[in-house]
Design a protein around this ligand. Structure first.
Ligand code: SF4
Length: 281
């Protein structure tokens, strides 16, 4: 069996063994499955992705709190002033409730102008045929509509809520959002935006980056856009139409938190990708 065949078989095994329902119960993305209306879902997904910093349990509980305050129909529950009032007292890292309210208000305005956030992203994609630029324009549209600029408040939170693709980082949170919206509906993601999943990059955080280096997908040391492109290109060898399909299973492998990135029999025991890890080949 060739090296690529072995890696593909191992990745497919990890994907097949993933207990999706159990993982969705803790993953912030699991919350999206409660919403039937795609307009609500794309707003909930945006909020969930934008606050996806740090511990998964904390993110999930902060998200649940925010969604109770926002109301049962995030695309239309309560007006801007009431929303800002309801979000008062909410906080997660550098983000305050007011920032989330502005994010939702901006997203609703973009929905009102274009029909949906997905329709707006499609315009940006059709015009640029470039993921970084189309995502940057999409972010600009929501940021401007919601007045999410640092100088407005003098705090980092508002500007930091939406990543900046032009700055060259891997934009993990925005990629997570795109994965939810663009990847085909498979019980994890929703495939609700009219965009080909072949353009997606993985949401690369420190764990996925480390794992990607251990699998030989990249040798780069930074969490940059370029690194995310290299990882996606390596995964596209196994499925060019859907390179991000392995992301959910890989980031829920459980091993990632304790991966030593070296040959360590005790700590590597049970790791799903051990057969193709560069430290064990
Ligand atoms: S086999 Fe060990 S070093 Fe390799 S990815 Fe798994 S936990 Fe990390």
């Amino acid at each position: 069996m060739s090296k690529n065949d072995s890696i593909k078989k191992t990745l497919d095994d990890v994907r097949r063994r993933c207990d999706v329902e159990a993982r969705l119960r803790v993953d912030p993305g699991g919350v999206l499955h409660r919403y039937d209306d795609p307009l609500d879902r794309e707003i909930v997904g945006l909020v969930a992705a934008c606050i996806a910093f740090g511990n998964v349990k904390t993110i999930r509980s902060k998200l649940e709190d925010a969604l109770v305050r926002i109301g049962p129909r995030p695309a239309e529950s309560c007006g801007p002033a009431a929303l800002i009032k309801r979000m008062r007292g909410w906080k997660h890292r550098v983000f305050l409730g007011e920032d989330i309210a502005k994010l939702v208000i901006g997203a609703r305005l973009v929905q009102a102008r274009h029909g949906s956030l997905g329709a707006r992203f499609k315009i940006d994609w059709d015009e640029t045929q470039n993921l970084k630029e189309s995502l940057a324009r999409f972010v600009d549209a929501i940021r401007d509509a919601g007045k999410l600029h640092a100088l407005v408040s003098g705090r980092r939170g508002p500007a930091h809520l939406l990543g900046d693709p032009r700055a060259g980082s891997a934009c993990k949170r925005l990629m997570l959002y795109l994965r939810w919206m663009v990847r085909p509906a498979d019980g994890i993601d929703f495939g609700q935006w009219p965009i080909s999943p072949s353009i997606l990059l993985l949401p690369v955080d420190t764990h996925i980056h480390k794992l990607s280096r251990n699998l030989g997908f990249t040798r780069r040391h930074d969490l940059s856009w370029k690194t995310a492109e290299e990882i996606a290109a390596a995964l596209a060898v196994f499925d060019p139409k859907d390179p991000a399909k392995y992301d959910f299973a890989l980031c829920h492998m459980g091993m990632l938190q304790r991966c030593p990135s070296r040959r360590d029999a005790a700590r590597c025991e049970g790791c799903g990708v051990q057969p193709v890890c560069v430290h064990w080949r």
